[in-house]
Design a protein around this ligand. Structure first.
Ligand SMILES: *Cc1c(COP(=O)(O)O)cnc(C)c1O
Length: 387
């Protein structure tokens, strides 16, 4: 057996200290169950952070990845790639998008959206400002940090990129930030990192209309809430709006790094040769896995996700000490009086892993989590929060 203490101390000594890690090292897993290096079992309500969308070692995804790995692991984007074309076509057919650019992460998908919006605005009207929302999260690169409307992330890293304004999530807020330079509004329909806040449906409808009337691009950051997570393939579908750009990552790759920026009708032809690129973007292995993921997010599966989400929300809502349960489908935020990190730590000790998001506990379980596993999760949450 590996020496756990050695792993912890090597990590502390040699890995940059950007993460406040819990004292666990997971070794393997199956579906919604993980095992640490001592062999202790856990129910997984994190999927990484919304990444392992069909759980760990999912057979269908694994076979798709292995089959591609046995053919070729990488080709540069100077040549055509079968898995990349296949994934782009599938995403366009399922969403109505016209063109897809592939990167390797959520931040890169958003960088692409920012570049597309600026080029669209600059070339058509000389506009280049983007409105984002307070409490948003769009990534850790300088551009996506600049887009992120949370002061906590902005300490130490100035100067930031000019051209971003942070609006309150209502039309008055948007109007206060709007100028004749506004080229796009970027939103998360469900704000994940700041605590699983679902934006108001009326606001989203009004925002869509506002943007359409002024030829301002509406960008939905679906890095976390996309790919079936909320009970729709993409979360904006819950609100009946039609964005011009949708970015996604996390769950799309089923565990391998990939990011996608989907461009709809208006800006499908904004980019031309040389405007953007990525060495690793759209890696064939990641794309082959992603094809297998998107193919399985059927209407039937989405109904199951809705049902499981409703089940979890109802049961968690009844736990003593729970003040609010937010979110949609299997993207759930839990508000209590206790510090979220303490709850996460106690759950971990009892064999349940959960995430935190700002002051809330956050659940992002695999879409194929079983009833039995959900019951176990509820039981542990009850023991930790309810006492
Ligand atoms: C996680 C996340 C990102 C950043 O994705 P990375 O893959 O970590 O770069 C961007 N936007 C949202 C909404 C996210 O949840």
């Amino acid at each position: 057996m590996q020496d756990k203490m050695q792993v912890f101390s090597d990590d502390k000594e040699y890995v940059a200290s950007t993460y406040a890690r819990f004292n666990v090292a997971f070794e393997k897993g199956e579906g919604s169950r993980l095992y640490d290096i001592d062999g202790k079992e856990y129910i997984d309500c994190t999927t990484g952070i919304g990444v392992n969308i069909f759980g760990v070692c999912d057979e269908v995804w694994k076979q798709a990845v292995i089959a591609q790995l046995n053919k070729i692991q990488h080709t540069s984007n100077l040549y055509y790639s079968l898995p990349q074309a296949e994934l782009a076509k599938l995403l366009c057919e399922k969403t109505g998008a016209k063109k897809v650019f592939f990167g390797n992460s959520g931040a890169e998908a958003n960088e692409c959206a920012i570049k597309a919006a600026r080029k669209y605005g600059n070339t058509k009207y000389g506009r280049n400002e983007i409105i984002t929302l307070k409490d948003s999260f769009h990534g850790r690169t300088i551009a996506t940090l600049s887009a992120t409307g949370q002061d906590a992330f902005h300490k130490y890293f100035d100067p930031f990129l000019a051209g971003f304004k942070y609006a309150d999530p209502d039309m008055d807020g948007i109007l206060r930030c709007y100028t004749d330079k506004t080229c796009a509004v970027m939103i998360e329909c469900i704000q994940g990192e700041s605590g699983v806040h679902v934006l108001d449906g009326e606001f989203l409808k009004e925002l869509e209309k506002f943007c359409k009337q002024r030829d301002i691009l509406l960008i939905c950051d679906e890095v976390q809430c996309g790919n079936g997570r909320t009970g729709k393939l993409y979360a904006y579908e819950n609100f009946g709006i039609h964005p011009d750009i949708v970015t996604t990552a996390k769950g799309l790759g089923g565990g391998l790094p990939i990011g996608a920026c989907m461009m709809f009708e208006k800006c499908a032809d904004t980019f031309t040769y040389g405007d953007h690129g990525s060495t690793f973007g759209g890696n064939p292995v990641a794309c082959a896995g992603a094809v297998s993921i998107i193919e399985r997010i059927t209407d039937e599966l989405l109904l199951e996700v809705q049902g499981k989400g409703a089940y979890l929300k109802a049961h968690i809502g009844r736990i003593k000490g729970v003040k609010a349960v937010t979110g949609m489908g299997l993207m759930i935020g839990i508000q209590t009086d206790k510090p979220a990190r303490e709850i996460a730590q106690s759950c971990l000790e009892k064999g349940l892993i959960v995430l935190t998001a700002h002051d809330r506990v956050r659940l992002l379980p695999p879409l194929n989590i079983s009833k039995d596993e959900m019951e176990q999760a509820i039981k542990i949450l009850n023991e930790v929060i309810g006492k």
